[in-house]
Design a protein around this ligand. Structure first.
Ligand code: B12
Length: 255
């Protein structure tokens, strides 16, 4: 089984871009990967699933969330199918989630993935880092969700892109509603999280803090509030993002 077969398998299962990075190169570049889950890993396959740019442009939060759910599912589904395909052919393989579940233990707190999907994607030539700090692809700009497969199979790597994709127009930086971006990949995570997670874990914590000291009428108002209903819906769908501006502002690879 070679890199071409792996790429073909990925495309047949819904991937938009597939690349391969060599573990030795990733270690040399100090890319964040927890190898304890597969110490015999030789290659890491990077999978990108593309968003619909029309959906991310439409301004409707529910449609953007729905597109994000589909895109994450696709990235995860390709990785899961690929891991099983590799196992069937006699190799160890682990699909790493694109999104959640993620380690919530102190120090990680849901902010450090088992692997850094962006840096793997850059090493595998799927795209290159942009001013937004996102992995920018030629085909879809930064409007991709990434997953990765660790495998014991030694594969020919697909090299990093020779040129950067980002044109440094800084539309991503200018579009950020919380002023979390300052260019050069720098991000104020607190400011960004305040916008994208307002009805995620932060909203859930706010609810409990407010509920703790509330009397019956206040509690009644709290559970009828928008915050509570948005939280409920987000628990049902599994997606709690409320901003995609740095992805949609990018002029690259638009439909
Ligand atoms: C925690 C997290 C966040 C946090 C913190 C983000 C951050 N930059 O640290 C918050 C909540 C702020 C966040 C926001 C968003 N996120 Co987020 N997030 C993650 C998550 C779950 C873990 C990141 C992680 O482990 N980082 C580990 C540390 C080591 O890496 P880092 O600090 O991100 O950056 C390192 C390298 O990437 C590298 N690097 C970064 N920039 C540059 C630039 C250059 C030039 C170079 C050489 C290197 C370099 O150096 C850094 C230090 O080692 C990943 C999924 C995953 N497992 O990778 C998604 C992920 C990064 N998020 C993603 C997305 C799309 C978003 C949002 C658009 C929200 C949304 N609506 O979906 C915003 C974008 C904000 C932005 N412009 O960066 C996508 C990115 C896809 C892409 N095209 O790049 C990911 C990969 C999820 C996925 N599976 O697709 N996210």
């Amino acid at each position: 089984m070679d890199t071409e077969a792996i790429k073909r398998f990925g495309y047949e299962h819904g991937a938009s871009i597939v690349g391969v990075a060599d573990v030795e190169a990733l270690v040399n570049k100090k890319v964040q990967i927890d190898y304890s889950v597969l110490p015999e890993a030789k290659s890491v396959i990077s999978i990108a699933a593309a968003h619909s740019s029309t959906a991310l442009d439409c301004g409707n939060i529910q449609l953007m969330q729905s597109d994000t759910i589909f895109t994450y599912r696709t990235a995860d589904s390709v990785a899961m199918h690929m891991a099983r395909y590799l196992e069937k052919n006699g190799y160890k393989a682990l699909a790493v989630p694109a999104f959640i579940p993620i380690d919530m233990s102190p120090g990680k707190d849901g902010m450090i993935g088992l692997v850094d999907h962006k840096a793997i994607g850059a090493e595998a030539g799927v795209g290159a880092f942009g001013e937004s700090g996102l992995l920018v692809t030629l085909e879809f700009g930064p409007r991709v969700r990434l997953s990765s497969v660790l495998t014991s199979l030694e594969l020919e790597p697909t090299p990093p892109l020779a040129d950067e994709c980002c044109t440094h127009c800084l539309k991503c930086v200018d579009s950020c509603p919380s002023k979390a971006l300052s260019g050069g990949g720098k991000i104020d995570k607190k400011k960004c999280g305040g916008e994208i997670f307002k009805y995620g874990l932060r909203g859930w914590m706010r609810f409990w803090k407010d509920a703790a000291g509330a009397n019956k009428e206040e509690l009644d108002a709290l559970i009828r509030s928008r915050n509570f209903k948005e939280l409920w819906q987000n628990f049902m769908t599994g997606n709690y993002y409320y901003c995609w501006k740095c992805q949609s502002a990018c002029p690259l690879g638009r439909a």
